[in-house]
Design a protein around this ligand. Structure first.
Ligand code: SF4
Length: 359
């Protein structure tokens, strides 16, 4: 349902008045300088605000403006970032500063498409910087805004779908304050962080309770709609089938953690599509290796991609089991029956069998 003009104004006023009275005091809220807001936005991604504050201050002392950041020494920059994690953010900031020097004459651009073109700035950060620094009426939709607006307007579109963003964006554009879009965005973010919480929202304290459809219908807990699918993190491994006579070199996994104590081929975690890297005790012994395929194995939060290499030894049985890394042994097929094989390992044996004996 579309709001009339007085509802829009009433909503904006309630929200903005509450924000003025309750806004969190943060160093980057003392300024509208785009460089500083940009810095705070990038530092705050995936990071708690309290953690960001000292980094923000020391970063500005060292690099007070765009040109200083563009000239930053890489090692010093990363040292200053140490502990914040996601180091590509620091590198992108420097590249972005160099881009602003080269393409925009050292001036942070004021138009949304130009802000978006800066390295490392996505749609959310661009809208946030644009609304705070240049009063662009752009909704800055992050997780908090999804939650709060899905409740206020009872939007039933699944927030984990990319296509839903447009629906939220359109709805928020109808109500965003043209005069104070930056405060409006930040007010909704603060509301989501302190009152319209994911579980048990504190509706009795909410400044916009009169405008909230979910509150009126008692449906707060149903919103936002989000498919529950857990996204597994991808991990990449190389596994090595090394056979001598009728025995395979096998590794026992550590006592703790995933697949604890279970047996697999020697394996190394690598980057995706990495070059082959043999484990240290195989390096000088293997004269030839052949990749025969890949298996995937899904755990609750992880997805393993394991490439299997069959290795040929220089001389039979010369590889020392590497006991420093993990417990290794040469095991015959009969021995293997007595050892707990990890799920992915069973798939690796199957792959091996298919490769050499047909289907
Ligand atoms: S009334 Fe409740 S559900 Fe609605 S916006 Fe406020 S805190 Fe969220």
């Amino acid at each position: 349902m579309k709001w009339n003009k007085s509802e829009v104004i009433g909503f904006q006023n309630s929200l903005l008045d509450w924000y003025q009275a309750n806004r969190k005091a943060l160093p980057w809220r003392e300024t509208k300088e785009a460089y500083k807001i940009w810095l705070s936005e990038i530092m705050s991604q995936q990071t708690q605000v309290e953690t960001v504050i000292p980094y923000y201050k020391s970063f500005l002392e060292k690099y007070p403006d765009i040109s200083a950041l563009a000239d930053a020494d890489d090692a010093e920059l990363l040292k200053l970032w140490e502990g914040l994690g996601y180091y590509s953010r620091a590198r992108n900031l420097k590249s972005g500063a160099q881009q602003i020097m080269a393409e925009f004459n050292g001036q942070f651009p004021r138009e949304l498409d130009k802000i978006r073109s800066i390295k490392g700035i996505g749609p959310y950060s661009a809208a946030s910087i644009g609304s705070i620094c240049f009063k662009l009426p752009e909704p800055a939709i992050d997780g908090n805004l999804f939650r709060v607006s899905s409740r206020i307007f009872e939007i039933s579109d699944d927030i984990s779908k990319t296509s839903s963003r447009k629906i939220f964006d359109e709805k928020l554009r109808q109500v965003i304050s043209i005069k104070e879009p930056g405060d409006f965005n930040q007010a909704l973010m603060d509301l989501g962080a302190t009152i319209c919480l994911p579980k048990a929202p504190k509706c009795a304290e909410c400044p916009v309770i009169l405008y909230c459809s979910a509150n009126a219908n008692g449906t707060q807990e149903y919103y936002p709609i989000k498919t529950k699918k857990i996204k597994q993190k991808n991990q990449y491994y190389q596994a090595f089938a090394v056979k001598s006579a009728d025995k395979y070199l096998m590794s026992q996994r550590r006592k703790n953690g995933l697949l604890a104590d279970m047996w697999t081929f020697p394996m190394l975690e690598t980057e995706e599509k990495a070059e082959v890297e043999l484990p240290s005790n195989l390096k000088d012994k293997v004269i030839k290796y052949t990749e025969i395929g890949e298996i995937t194995h899904i755990f609750s939060h992880l997805k393993w991609h394991v490439r299997l290499f069959v290795c040929q030894l220089e001389e039979d049985d010369q590889v020392q089991a590497n006991t420093a890394m993990d417990n290794q042994k040469w095991l015959s097929k009969k021995d293997l029956m007595k050892h707990a094989l990890a799920g992915p390992q069973i798939k690796l044996f199957k792959l091996l069998q298919d490769a050499f004996h047909g289907h």
